[in-house]
Design a protein around this ligand. Structure first.
Ligand code: FES
Length: 770
């Protein structure tokens, strides 16, 4: 089937032949390969031809992360108007059938252009904000629990048929505010709708499908009429009917009818499919399943990684409205794009080891399963909530669940929505934990609404050894409790250790090229409130404890011509790793190590052994204190100073380097002086979001990050006190009041980025590229 002529002028291109490559011309999104695993089926494209024309589909196909995101970002050049267009032309008979039912599916939030779209989106989005969604959690949990009750003692179930289809459907109906009746019929209608829009039904099937779609349309209309009579209830549709009364010119009757039907599909099928994909993926990766059974705090991260790896929306479509380029490839006005977001989510250029399931992946939330920008899925946080609850209920009540072996997974053939039609699982009911402890059925954890916090990502480590490193200093070696290699790290990185009731940060001081272990050195602080005392008194070989990170807020600039390293006391830990790194790469450096007495200076033997004459030891007891003024008397172009130690030393270095080039001095910060926001001192301001088309008000006592999250905008965060740089956003306009310790002076002056967890607007308005 060809739905579009090859756009290439063959006459002009005759010398080189048709430039559509053999693989591009063989591409078939309805073929077995794409249907089984879309990102794997277009791996060749990501690697060799990331934007190509598919003659059989009549679409340009876009497969790399940056290109897909760029298309999502620009909804003017890349119109969403064809997002719901039937990918296969409808037969005359099917069209007649749809007409018979008065089917008049119109534009909805998914496929409308500006300037209509954003005013509607703004009017209709309040029920999707986290503060509203939280009220739905008890309903989601109750439903999930009741459905698990039905099969928990059976020992075998098809999770799709027995839970994952109906619960999201019921949640969708509750959320929309429509009755629960006619569920079985609705299920049939929903499947029909998917095939109608994204599938390739045969001419005979088209008529059956059209019958069901027509009935679905009529059903939506009947419910809408019912709700119109009394729109005072909860739910998105009653809310929208009320909004229509105030803004009839923005929200029309036909619009309401269309979003009613589209809303059911959008809220239901995508979540049902995503849940089935996630459980299948986790059970196929048994170790990961067992990890989240053991530590349910990892579930929000597992949800995000499953959405990235095997999301339920494989691809979207866009119409090109002007001659342009995508990924450097010229694409003409009028071209249709198939943007394969599932492929973008497996792009190695953006996600390391993209085919692996890594629930501690740093950037999993960058996935494009929900789209991006002004058309991003409004229901994303409802979906996240449902997935968390499902995983929590199943891992707690049926941790011994496993896939029925050798089952064949089938998918409804279509380009965009994706999930197995059946998911058979089995377990031994006699081993159900709630048989021994009935309270397990009721246990629950608070659900996280929105994207997961990086703070929650931890792994269990075992203490390998604890060795004396100097007076009151021990060196601790740690390994992953599961025996696997620990994540890679770079000089300057630190980890967070959970030590009893407190969490403390320690720089890594071992060898980054030995991934099996981490080493830290800990000084016993006489005023310790638990951290260093706990390490000295409780850590023994074999002790296990949670570790988060590593993270690096103190990175080496690899371009420096010479490095001056200055360590004070236990501040040697990040500095020695940096000095080792520069030595190994043959760079030029000097290492100044200051301490009270050599007996109290940890790792001194190692410094002497490895850094020889580059090392300068400054001991107060020996009268060889460091003269920082003399050390930094002569600024040197290309020299970078890296320092870690007591504040007194860092202040002295800052003073002594004031005449050096900007940004020459780098110091390690573990804490900021950031205070609680005082509304008497702070002012409120607006943040315009250029990619999302929204304006968010930031209250005087609120951070930009909190305001963005309340508006449903995902921004990753970690420290949330201006230390790590995770929450960075690009600034399009407006002056920033920088309050972080991440950006250098020149970066602040450039005013092109800000840390949203702490920095604010100087004036009444700021504009961010989000
Ligand atoms: Fe760490 Fe904002 S989250 S700087």
């Amino acid at each position: 089937m060809s739905t579009g002529a090859c756009p290439i002028d063959h006459g002009a291109a005759a010398a080189g032949g048709c430039p559509v490559s053999p693989r591009a011309s063989a591409f078939d999104p309805f073929g077995a390969e794409y249907q089984a695993d879309p990102p794997a089926a277009v791996r060749w494209s990501r690697d060799e031809e990331p934007v190509f024309y598919s003659p059989s589909l009549g679409y340009w196909v876009v497969t790399r992360y940056d290109d897909v995101k760029a298309v999502f970002r620009d909804n003017i050049t890349f119109s969403p108007s064809i997002a719901l267009e039937k990918i296969t032309p409808v037969s005359a008979e099917a069209t007649a059938t749809l007409e018979r039912y008065g089917y008049a599916m119109n534009r909805t939030l998914v496929n409308e252009d500006e300037p209509e779209h954003m005013p509607r989106r703004r009017l209709l989005m309040d029920p999707f904000t986290p503060q509203r969604l939280v009220h739905h959690e008890p309903m989601v949990r109750r439903l999930a629990r009741e459905y698990v009750d039905r099969f928990v003692d059976a020992g075998k179930a098809d999770l799709v048929d027995e839970m994952l289809w109906e619960v999201p459907l019921t949640v969708a109906l509750h959320f929309l505010g429509v009755p629960e009746e006619d569920m079985a019929t609705l299920r049939k209608y929903s499947i029909a709708h998917t095939v109608n829009t994204w599938g390739r039904p045969s001419p005979e099937e088209q008529v059956t499908v059209a019958e069901n779609v027509g009935k679905f349309w009529q059903y939506a209309g009947t419910v809408l009429d019912k709700l119109r009579k009394d729109p005072s209830g909860h739910g998105w549709i009653p809310y929208s009917i009320r909004a229509q009364r105030e803004h009839p010119e923005v929200i029309t009757d036909s619009y309401l009818h269309s979003i009613m039907m589209a809303g059911i599909v959008a809220a239901h099928e995508t979540t049902a499919n995503a849940a089935a994909n996630a459980i299948k993926l986790l059970l196929e990766n048994r170790e990961v399943w067992e990890e989240i059974c053991a530590d349910p705090g990892l579930i929000p991260h597992a949800v995000e990684e499953c959405l990235r790896h095997s999301g339920s929306v494989a691809a979207w479509r866009r119409l090109v409205t002007r001659d342009t380029t995508v990924g450097g490839v010229p694409v003409p006005r009028g071209a249709k794009l198939l943007i394969v977001n599932s492929s973008a989510n497996r792009d190695e250029r953006h996600f390391d080891n993209a085919d692996e399931v890594d629930i501690r992946r740093d950037n999993a939330t960058d996935h494009l399963t929900f789209g991006y920008g002004s058309h991003q899925c409004m229901g994303k946080n409802l979906a996240r909530m449902e997935l968390q609850v499902f995983l929590e209920e199943l891992t707690r009540r049926l941790p011994h669940l496993e896939l029925v072996p050798d089952q064949e997974f089938t998918y409804v053939p279509n380009t965009s929505f994706r999930g197995p039609e059946h998911l058979w699982v089995q377990w031994d009911p006699a081993a159900n934990p709630e048989r021994a402890d009935p309270t397990i059925r009721e246990a629950q954890r608070p659900v996280r609404i929105g994207e997961p916090s990086k703070k929650g990502i931890s792994r269990t480590v075992t203490v390998v050894s604890v060795d004396r490193a100097a007076d009151d200093v021990v060196e601790v070696t740690l390994a992953a409790a599961n025996g696997k290699p620990l994540p890679r790290w770079t000089p300057g990185a630190h980890v967070d250790l959970e030590l009893g009731d407190v969490s403390r940060q320690y720089s890594l001081c071992g060898d980054p090229s030995t991934p099996d272990t981490y080493r830290i050195a800990v000084l016993r602080d006489p005023d310790s409130r638990g951290g260093s005392r706990y390490v000295h008194e409780n850590l023994r070989p074999g002790t296990t404890l949670p570790l988060r990170g590593p993270r690096n807020h103190f990175r080496l600039d690899p371009t420096a011509r010479h490095y001056v390293f200055v360590a004070g006391g236990i501040g040697i830990t990040p500095i020695i790793a940096m000095a080792d790194d520069v030595r190994a790469s043959g760079g030029s450096y000097e290492l100044h190590y200051c301490g009270r007495d050599t007996s109290a200076m940890a790792l001194l033997d190692r410094c002497r052994r490895d850094h020889g004459e580059r090392l300068h030891v400054h001991s107060s007891a020996a009268g060889t204190r460091l003269d920082v003024t003399a050390l930094l008397a002569n600024p040197a172009e290309g020299t970078q100073i890296y320092a870690c130690g007591p504040e007194r030393l860092l202040d002295a270095l800052a003073g002594a380097s004031a005449h050096w080039p900007e940004d020459a001095l780098h110091v390690e910060h573990f804490t900021t002086t950031r205070q609680v926001l005082d509304p008497a001192v702070e002012h409120a301001f607006d943040v315009d979001l250029t990619d999302s088309g929204l304006t968010v008000r930031v209250a005087a006592d609120q951070t930009v990050l909190a305001a963005l999250r309340a508006a449903g905008i995902d921004v990753p965060s970690d420290c949330e006190e201006g230390l790590c740089g995770t929450c960075e956003a690009a600034v399009a306009d407006g002056e920033v009041d920088h309050r972080d310790v991440v950006l250098t002076r020149s970066e602040r002056a450039a005013n092109t980025k800000m840390m949203t967890c702490c920095s604010r607007a100087c004036g009444d308005r700021i504009s961010l590229r989000l």
